[in-house]
Design a protein around this ligand. Structure first.
Ligand SMILES: Nc1ncnc2c1ncn2[C@@H]1O[C@H](COP(=O)(O)OP(=O)(O)OP(=O)(O)O)[C@@H](O)[C@H]1O
Ligand SMILES: [Mg+2]
Length: 392
């Protein structure tokens, strides 16, 4: 492909970009295409290479290998101030001695734009972030959320092609964070600027993005819409990082026309969609909400497993049941509370139950078997992120 070919379709393009720091490969042969006007998130655990990727787009770091295109033009070697991008950091870095208005107008002054246009554009940007009537105040007189709005206005006033945001809400408390998430998506839709958004918060990425690039150890494991990433994760890492997942390993006994039988080795045969090869080992994932339970042990049939209840937890309208299937694998089930007979509420630890699932529930996972979570870590990042699925 010649470099001119994709020039109109993408605002940012990585072609096999690698960045090393000494022995450490922070970004490993990453290829990425950011579409015009899209909200794309880089999501992944600490140290996976998100900030480094963003800094290469901004021009603060240079790749060791590969090409970076911004608006279809080769950007490697172009200094940050000559790139059509602006960055919003977690630390807002406002000038403390300047008024809000001057903070926002500052970049335009650098570009030698006349005083009246400068101020009218700065006021417009402050209106966009819904921060009016505070023009003359100093940053220290504003709350954290308001300061972040100023930082955003300061970046938007330049009308960049691409806005880069590195954990911009990281310093805010939960409530303000939620508020600013909505604000940011509103602003992005209103101005139509391409956003590349860095976060390690799955819920944030799921609820805000058009597409998410899930990163792990310097590579992109999956790039897709929030719903696809949640419903059809392609690797165990993605499945585990985005919400809770039950993992089941087995051997493929039969495979025909896009369906297969997986023998879990404990008498359980799982039938699902996918095309693994007969005889090979495979791993599937099933979301807790896709499992159903009933009391008593049913006949052995496909897509059912006998289990013994280990624990129950009430989560408002839902109940979470952890049960052990034969062979000692724990499975987590989430079920609505109905109050009827046979409702999960009637179940007690030690009870024999049957777990069932639809053939569409298991997702065949490829590649590495490394997981995002550490089962012994109470602060594990893999919480149930389903509630955050997109409103967009
Ligand atoms: N200037 C640098 N010198 C040496 N190593 C670096 C430098 N910058 C980043 N690294 C290393 O590169 C890897 C990726 O770092 P990066 O800052 O991109 O991670 P991140 O995904 O943004 O993580 P976090 O969520 O913690 O911000 C890390 O192992 C980090 O220690
Ligand atoms: Mg970072």
């Amino acid at each position: 492909m010649s470099s001119g070919e994709s020039s109109t379709a993408y605002d940012v393009e990585f072609r096999s970009v690698t960045k090393r720091f000494g022995d450490l490969t922070a970004v490993n042969a990453v290829s990425l295409q950011v579409r015009k006007g899209e909200f794309l998130s880089l999501l992944g655990p600490s140290g996976c290479g998100k900030t480094t990727s963003l800094r290469m787009i901004a021009g603060f770091e240079q790749p060791d290998e590969g090409e970076i295109l911004i608006g279809g033009r080769e950007a490697v070697g172009v200094p940050p101030y000559r790139r059509d991008v602006n960055t919003v950091f977690q630390q807002y870095a406002l000038f403390p001695h300047m008024s809000i208005l001057d903070n926002v107008a500052y970049g335009l002054k650098q570009k030698r734009i006349g005083r009246s246009e400068r101020y009218s554009r700065a006021r417009e940007a402050l209106e966009l972030v819904q921060l009016t009537g505070r023009d003359k105040h100093r940053p220290s007189m504003l709350s954290g959320g308001q300061q972040q709005r100023v930082a955003l206005a300061r970046a938007l006033v330049n009308r960049p092609r691409v806005l880069l945001l590195d954990e911009p809400l990281g310093a805010l408390d939960l409530k303000l964070r939620k508020e600013m998430q909505l604000e940011l998506t509103r602003i992005q839709q209103q101005v139509g600027i391409t956003f590349v958004y860095v976060t390690h918060d799955q819920g944030e990425a799921l609820s805000m993005s058009d597409r998410i690039a899930v990163m792990s150890q310097g590579i992109i494991e999956q790039l897709d819409t929030p719903a696809e990433i949640y419903d059809r994760p392609v690797t165990a890492f993605v499945a585990d990082f985005i919400g809770e997942m039950n993992f089941l390993d087995g051997v493929v006994r039969a495979a025909r026309g896009g369906e297969f039988d997986l023998d879990l080795g404990n008498g359980v045969i799982l039938q699902a969609h996918g095309s693994p090869r007969q005889g090979e080992k495979a791993r599937v994932g099933i979301r807790p909400a896709r499992l159903h339970i009933s009391s008593g042990s049913a006949f052995g049939a496909v897509n059912t497993a006998k289990a013994v209840v280990d624990s129950l937890m009430y989560l408002g309208d839902e109940v979470q049941v952890v049960a052990m299937i034969e062979g000692g694998t724990a499975m987590t089930v989430r079920q609505q509370r109905t109050g009827h007979d046979g409702s999960p509420e009637a179940i007690r630890p030690g009870d024999a139950i049957t777990i069932r699932w639809e053939p569409s529930a298991p997702v065949l996972l490829a590649g590495s078997t490394n997981l995002a979570s550490d089962p012994d870590d109470p602060d594990d990042p893999a919480q149930d992120a389903r509630a955050a699925l997109p409103q967009r």
